[in-house]
Design a protein around this ligand. Structure first.
Ligand SMILES: [Zn+2]
Length: 86
């Protein structure tokens, strides 16, 4: 395995690249959204016994580990998007 390989779909990549991970509520009458704290997510994953830096940022993996729900309406129908930091 090439240790220089960087998987673009990991929390570590997000942190290094400075990209922002945004979480959005998909409930039609809510649409609440906020940026997530990648450092906190890596620490949380570590605490749960994963290698936080290499933890995948696919929707299914994020939902499984973090059990996200909307902080405004409480629904679990959420989506994620990445964007470059301004
Ligand atoms: Zn909501």
């Amino acid at each position: 395995m090439n240790s220089n390989f960087i998987n673009a779909n990991t929390l570590g990549y997000l942190l290094d690249s400075g990209e922002v991970l945004n979480i959005q509520c998909r409930a039609r009458n809510c649409r609440h959204h906020k940026d997530l704290d990648i450092r906190w997510m890596i620490k949380y994953a570590n605490k749960k016994g994963f290698e936080g830096f290499n933890y995948p940022t696919l929707h299914k993996d994020l939902v499984k580990l973090f059990n996200f729900k909307c902080s405004k309406c409480g629904k679990r129908d959420i989506g994620f998007s990445q964007r470059a930091m301004k």
